[in-house]
Write a protein that binds this ligand. Structure first.
Ligand code: SF4
Ligand code: SF4
Ligand code: SF4
Length: 250
């Protein structure tokens, strides 16, 4: 069963413990988070009247970011998280263009830039730090199927508190991060333009209309990137080999 997260906006008190825990877990400097950037994987939208809505990667079931990546640096894992491998990334940033939720960002000023986004704490044995830190249970981690059932139960049992809609159940073909709240998604500031079709299908449909020369250019660029990387690896290997020989001669 794949994992996910349920954000219950009615339970969020805007304390920011999730944001702080995320920054700590990812070794980011403590700062006030207002939008996604290289040091911000999650932030709170203040919608007024004590309504706070967390934003983070939706961990789409069919992620457009992963399908746009020519070399598989981003991938949807069977466990749920959409993870990123900086070793594979060639910096084309197609993922940033493809994501319908505007999530991935880039380390523009780093000598070795990476794409940055939440990975659902995939490498953290205890699971998502944000869910662990939330004092009210507004962010809950678990298996997606069970979280959907829990969301349905809350809506059914308390129709006065909840708007009867689970955001993420169908958006962009479904996402591993789900929201319930006191109002419709638009009023909560959640993206409503994404539709219900898995975005990769749209991506590939759009790609069919891209002239071959552009696709060829992309493949060529990937090729150059691989060649450069390979040359660097060989040079490193040869350097190490030579220094061993030098040490040996001494
Ligand atoms: S929200 Fe964007 S970055 Fe996150 S998995 Fe979906 S397409 Fe990828
Ligand atoms: S799952 Fe981890 S990386 Fe993602 S928002 Fe929560 S703490 Fe940050
Ligand atoms: S820790 Fe929980 S209650 Fe506090 S801002 Fe985050 S989601 Fe809301």
């Amino acid at each position: 069963m794949a994992r996910g997260m349920l954000i219950d906006v009615t339970k969020c008190v805007g304390c920011g413990a999730c944001v702080e825990a995320c920054q700590q877990a990812n070794g980011q400097p403590p700062h006030e988070a207002r939008h996604f950037d290289q040091d911000t994987f999650t932030y709170l939208l203040d919608r007024g009247n004590d309504v706070y809505v967390r934003r983070l990667c939706m961990h789409c079931l069919n992620p457009a970011c992963a399908s746009a990546c020519p070399i598989g640096a981003l991938r949807k894992t069977a466990e749920g998280p959409v993870t990123y491998d900086p070793q594979r990334c060639m910096g084309c940033r197609y993922c940033m263009t493809a994501c319908p939720f505007g999530v991935p960002t880039y380390e523009w000023f780093s000598p070795a830039p990476r794409v940055r986004k939440c990975e659902m704490c995939a490498r953290r044995p205890q699971g998502p730090a944000c869910a662990e830190a939330c004092p009210t249970g507004a962010t809950q981690a678990g298996f997606r199927d069970q979280l959907v059932a829990e969301a349905q139960r809350r809506i059914q049992e308390d129709p006065k508190t909840y708007y009867p809609y689970i955001y993420g159940l169908r958006e962009a073909g479904g996402t591993s991060v789900l929201y319930i709240g006191p109002a419709e998604p638009e009023a909560l500031g959640l993206p409503t333009h994404v539709g219900f079709e898995p975005l990769p299908q749209l991506t590939w449909r759009a790609l069919k209309h891209v002239p071959d020369v552009v696709v060829f250019g992309g493949v060529l660029l990937s090729g150059f990137w691989w060649l450069t990387k390979r040359k660097e690896e060989v040079a490193r290997h040869e350097g190490a080999h030579k220094s061993k020989e030098v040490n040996h001669d001494r």
